[in-house]
Design a protein around this ligand. Sequence first.
Ligand SMILES: O=C(CO)COP(=O)(O)O
Length: 253
Amino acid sequence: MRQPLVVGNWKMNGTRTSARDLAAAIAGGLPANCPVAVGVCPSFVFIPAVAEQLQDTPVQVGAQNVADQDAGAFTGEVSAPMLKEFGCTLAIVGHSERRLIYGEGDALVAARYQKAIEHGICPLLCIGETLEQREAGETFAVVDRQLQAVLDVAGIDSLKQAVIAYEPVWAIGTGRTATPQQAQEVHAHIRRQLAAQGEEIAAQVRILYGGSVNADNAASLFAMADIDGGLIGGASLKADSFLSIVKAAAQTV
Ligand SMILES: O=C(CO)COP(=O)(O)O
């Protein structure tokens, strides 16, 4: 049984005060004995304030990226040991905004993932195709390539400490969600591909869906057999909608 996981990716939004308030509202609004694992990924600079706010709550704190190096002359990067010092247990890697806007390629994403694993931070590895790639029938090939690039570096066993997030680029921030069937088709494909390399790991790894998840469509997505929760952008910026999504995940348990 895979415990559902719902993570908010706050992206480059908020202020120190609003981040702290949002964290408090989420922690305060979780159902008692929540059966869903919950995390939030604020901007790097808000991590200390948010982590402090979430101390002694079940809500995990994550970063939106992690360096591929431990320390040194890498201007603008934040390393896994630094994140750990501030209580981060999660880190998004390979988000499509990093890949497409900032040019991060498969090799860099794999190195970032590997550093998270090495330091005991759970990487949330984002994979997903663009609209052009989907229309060209390349969806499976793209996610296979993105995933395999990481597994070639970190090994299949690393997935015991990691989470995969399928985020079709055309569904991110567009209000155009993948249908539950479209998402399930890719999630099932990912799990099948992994099963060929390790059946047990494929069965236990969580595969989240991300892309315009909201309070209205979460339940139908989470009802699918291979969707184990969500990585939420816009709808994670309001406590009410994020908590509704968490409740939708709780109903699948
Ligand atoms: O990119 C996402 C999460 O990482 C999804 O963003 P939206 O939920 O705003 O579409």
